[in-house]
Write a protein that binds this ligand. Structure first.
Ligand code: ADP
Ligand code: MG
Length: 385
């Protein structure tokens, strides 16, 4: 069947739609799981005022309940339009939609609330509305079922990573650089239990916030600002000592860790430095934190040869150059997601199409080794048109 996957990540830059063909595996394939083929991808930036509203609502301690209710329905309209536009653009029609929604709050580790320890997550974008507009069933709200099974509710993309990138011989690290950066490490001939996956820290989130504050631009296009600045190494070293980077996986991060407050501290540490140097330093923090995570938590678990990058950060050439010089000594060779038939920007959206297919067939799609869940879980809620 053709499934549309819809993703809008923590960068709040917009909506990615992927159309994929998924079918039951034929015969005795080595890797269990459905057969998956990428068909098409399109991207729709959020209108400026919507982006502002989403960023304001995320992690806010003072959001209004009516505003949140409105946002839930508004985003659903935008997601529906994005799916319909992608279908007409490529003359394809989905039979099922998997919609991640917009994360407004995510706290994967249990914390005390009114006398109970709770892990919580909240994705908005009403599935019932999307089902009505697009006219097909919609699976949405994937994360709570993993939390209910004792997991952190993230990362969920490792299910796709495992299906796509597992190799009999070669160990691979799959790195996505969105607002937050996360990796999936798959040793050669790994079983799902051997997959290591976690958030490595900031991806573009800190860079974006700084280019916005210091240059009035939403992001550092192609890394042009960072390439003209100098990295302040002591600042990078200081932030790498933060508890998040030292904590063992599984671990997840979001605006709670690397949002407004963190950016404020970062700017304060940079003092009166040239604003280009500040952006260069934030870019270096992303590159170093990824390499650091590899050294601390991944490389001792097997032999890894290939490093596959996806997400908007792959388009930041300065970030990629910094990352390359870090990876080379670790013996990792860079490969792009495109080489595996999946455009880098489409990967997360494609993953939620695949997860929706699993749910539609009452099959699980969390990777307990990645989320820390006690068991496999069927993820999401189904809305019918
Ligand atoms: N040409 C580009 N140059 C540099 N950075 C880019 C470019 N295109 C996208 N990005 C970065 O990628 C981010 C979006 O990446 P994405 O994978 O959609 O993240 P998320 O999943 O958090 O939404 C943008 O906010 C921006 O920082
Ligand atoms: Mg995005």
């Amino acid at each position: 069947m053709i499934v549309a996957g819809v993703m809008s990540g923590t960068s709040a830059d917009g909506i990615n739609v992927a159309l994929v063909r998924v079918s039951a595996q034929q015969g005795h394939a080595k890797t269990p799981g459905p057969h998956f083929k990428f068909l098409a991808h399109a991207e729709y930036p959020y209108p400026k005022d919507v982006r502002r509203a989403v960023l304001a609502a995320m992690n806010s301690t003072r959001a209004s309940v009516p505003d949140l209710a409105h946002l839930n329905f508004l985003l659903a309209e935008l997601y529906s339009e994005a799916v319909l536009a992608t279908q007409s653009k490529f003359r394809l029609k989905a039979e099922l939609v998997g919609c991640h929604g917009q994360t407004l709050y995510h706290q994967g580790e249990p914390e005390r609330f009114l006398g109970r320890k709770l892990a919580v997550t909240w994705q908005t974008g009403e599935g019932a509305v999307i089902a009505a507009r697009v006219g097909v069933p919609v699976v949405s709200d994937f994360r709570p079922a993993d939390i209910a099974a004792g997991g952190q509710g993230a990362p969920l993309v490792p299910f796709l990573d495992y299906l796509l990138y597992r190799d009999e011989r070669v160990g691979r690290v799959v790195q996505n650089i969105g607002g937050i950066a996360n990796l999936t490490a798959i040793p050669g001939s790994a079983s799902p239990e051997q997959v290591v996956a976690f958030d490595t820290g900031p991806g573009n989130m800190v860079i974006d916030a700084l280019t916005e504050r210091l240059f009035g631009k939403p992001f550092d296009r192609d890394g042009r600002i960072a390439t003209s600045g100098a990295v302040m190494k002591p600042v990078v070293a200081h932030f790498l000592r933060a508890p998040f980077f030292r904590r063992k996986p599984p671990k997840t991060a979001g605006r709670e860790e690397f949002g407004r407050e963190f950016v404020g501290e970062f700017m304060q540490r940079c003092g009166r430095a040239n604003r280009r140097n500040v952006v260069a330093t934030a870019t270096a923090l992303t590159a170093h934190s990824i390499a650091d995570a590899l050294r601390r938590f991944v490389l001792r678990k097997g032999t890894f040869k290939e490093f596959i990058v996806s997400g908007g950060g792959a388009r930041n050439s300065t970030l990629m150059a910094m990352l390359m010089s870090e990876l080379h000594p670790l013996g990792l060779e860079l490969r792009s997601s495109e080489e595996f038939g999946l455009p880098s920007e489409a990967k997360e959206a494609a993953a939620f199409a695949l997860l929706a297919y699993q749910t539609w067939n009452r099959r699980s799609s969390n990777v307990p080794a990645a989320t820390g869940a006690k068991r496999a879980a069927v993820l999401g809620k189904i809305s019918y048109p």
